[in-house]
Design a protein around this ligand. Structure first.
Ligand SMILES: [Fe+2]
Ligand SMILES: [Fe+2]
Length: 213
């Protein structure tokens, strides 16, 4: 799905594919990763993911008419399908989390209000930079999680871990797409760079977690 004339920088041989696996979270225990800190880190991330992915889908859908490159356009459409499936499964896992932590609903509302403000006040370049930065943020965490799987899971195996495995692999698969879309319209990467600096902090997050554990 890649050729030299395309604006896509997704490596050759990677075919972004929408998959729809299902997971049953009913028997997942509270400490589902190696320890409580890692479990709650991923829980907190999960709370923020459905609305973040909804924003990514919303922005990418609005950009579709501006994308002339057929390969990049097809990749954006596939990314939207993948994110739709991720958001749906995270909503399900978050419902299970809310049974144990009802205050999660309050944090979801704060996120929705904050993002509404950002989307209303920010420039177009900043808005298109948001998905590019978010996708690099999630890909950085995904790469760390997959590269140090035993560290994160403690060799446990459950449906929540299977769920994160699937999401992490697809995040790496479509990592480049939103940045490619941004670059079709803006050559300056200042807005993205600000977010990528934040992402760099999270690349080292595994070590921060060890420090605080
Ligand atoms: Fe995702
Ligand atoms: Fe993503």
């Amino acid at each position: 799905m890649n050729n030299q004339n395309s604006q896509s920088t997704t490596p050759p041989g990677i075919d972004i594919t929408a998959r729809r696996p299902t997971f049953d979270f009913s028997a997942v225990e509270k400490t589902w990763l190696a320890d409580p800190i890692k479990s709650h880190f991923m829980n907190a991330l999960s709370v923020l993911i459905p609305h973040s992915e909804r924003i990514v889908m919303q922005i990418m859908r609005s950009e579709l008419p501006c994308i002339k490159d057929p390969i990049l356009k097809q990749q954006v459409q596939a990314l939207i399908k993948q994110e739709g499936a991720h958001a749906g499964m995270h909503r399900q896992s978050n419902e299970r989390l809310k049974q144990a932590f009802p205050a999660i609903g309050f944090f979801e509302k704060i996120q929705v209000s904050f993002m509404k403000l950002v989307m209303t006040c920010a420039s177009r370049a900043f808005v298109i930079a948001l998905p590019a930065a978010f996708e690099h943020f999630t890909a950085a965490i995904s790469r760390d999680y997959l590269s140090h799987h035993q560290h994160w899971t403690g060799e446990k195996n459950n449906q929540a871990i299977e769920f994160v495995n699937w999401h992490a692999l697809e995040e790496i698969e479509h990592q480049a797409v939103c940045l490619d879309v941004y670059k079709t319209q803006y050559s300056s990467g200042v807005a993205v760079t600000i977010f990528l600096d934040a992402t760099h902090t999270h690349i080292n997050l595994r070590h921060s977690i060890i420090f605080f554990a």
